[in-house]
Design a protein around this ligand. Structure first.
Ligand SMILES: [Zn+2]
Ligand SMILES: [Zn+2]
Length: 102
């Protein structure tokens, strides 16, 4: 289904990329997954290639199944889309978000 109409019905402030590394506004190349979340097309492809393993429920997840949790102890954390448990951050996570680098 085309997502083009979403540019009209959603203000830019509501078009936030769901990719946990990104979280910036989507101005172009928007995609939507079946659960209704919005993504930059490139972010969605990158997220699908990610691999996470939850220590708490043992499930394996890709980047579309995890979300950025509240920072605990000043450290960023990911939460498991299956059990809500905390995932270890990938070692290549950069704490500097690429704001404005769309
Ligand atoms: Zn994005
Ligand atoms: Zn889990």
């Amino acid at each position: 289904m085309s997502v083009r109409y979403l540019y009209r019905v959603l203000p830019a402030s509501k078009r936030i990329c769901s990719y946990w590394r990104c979280q910036t506004q989507i101005l172009r190349n928007m995609s939507r997954t079946e659960d209704g979340r919005l993504w930059h097309y490139g972010c969605l492809q990158t997220a699908k290639d990610e691999y996470h393993r939850c220590q708490e429920c043992g499930s394996t997840l890709d980047g579309t199944q995890v979300s950025l949790a509240d920072y605990a102890d000043g450290q960023p954390a990911l939460s498991c889309g299956n059990c809500g448990g905390t995932l270890r951050m990938p070692s290549n996570f950069k704490t500097v978000m690429k704001i404005g680098n769309l």
